[in-house]
Design a protein around this ligand. Sequence first.
Ligand SMILES: *Cc1c(COP(=O)(O)O)cnc(C)c1O
Length: 244
Amino acid sequence: MDIIQSGEIGERLRDVRARMEEACGRAGRDMREVTLIAVSKTHPAEAVLQAYAAGQTLFGENRVQELREKVPAVQALLQDTGQGASLSWHLIGTLQTNKVRYLPKLEGLSMIHSVDSEKLAVEIERQYEAAGCSVDVLLEVNMAHEETKKGLAPEEVRGLLEAIAPLSHLRVKGLMTIAPLTEEAESNRVYFRDLAGLMRDLNRAALLPAPMTELSMGMSGDYGVAIEEGATYVRVGTAIFGAR
Ligand SMILES: *Cc1c(COP(=O)(O)O)cnc(C)c1O
């Protein structure tokens, strides 16, 4: 990782929050509708603590193994410094069925962004039921039909929703997408807009006990555009923690 000077993470966080606010302003949205997920993957627990010191309490990781190491490492650091931990974690990356069993035990893990098959959803249901708790999930949609990316095709989402609606230990809160890597944030606008449209259409079909409300979309390069198109979660790594 980059060597990050103390305080630099706080500065970058303030910058990202200011840009989020500007995007909200352009879209006539309230900043409270959009939640920043600081994506700390590959960065050490110390970097998480710096962000926490700057007021950030929600973090994202893309690998189960890294979460299993970092959650207790951050807790230990917080204890050392006498701070009460009130951190939340979201799993934003690909989840393999055989790793689901580790998740209910992870303190503060409150959402899984990457559900894209019935098999995975059923395993989440099974493991959380066994643990006596439940979890919020998003369905990952591959809006640009990129072959290298995981996620459901937009036309597959409805079928999965119908299949998993009866599961009671996972609550489907909304949709997530990873837009193509591009220098031109504007070129991803169509995918963000279409994801928002897809959620509206699906909500009209009323397949779930409660309508979906969350749209996880936008990363360091394009979170402003994503907010303009209705993002409720943006997942920002590089712009906060530096290059990986
Ligand atoms: C790494 C990652 C991000 C953050 O990417 P940046 O470009 O560093 O902001 C967002 N979402 C997912 C799923 C990721 O894996």
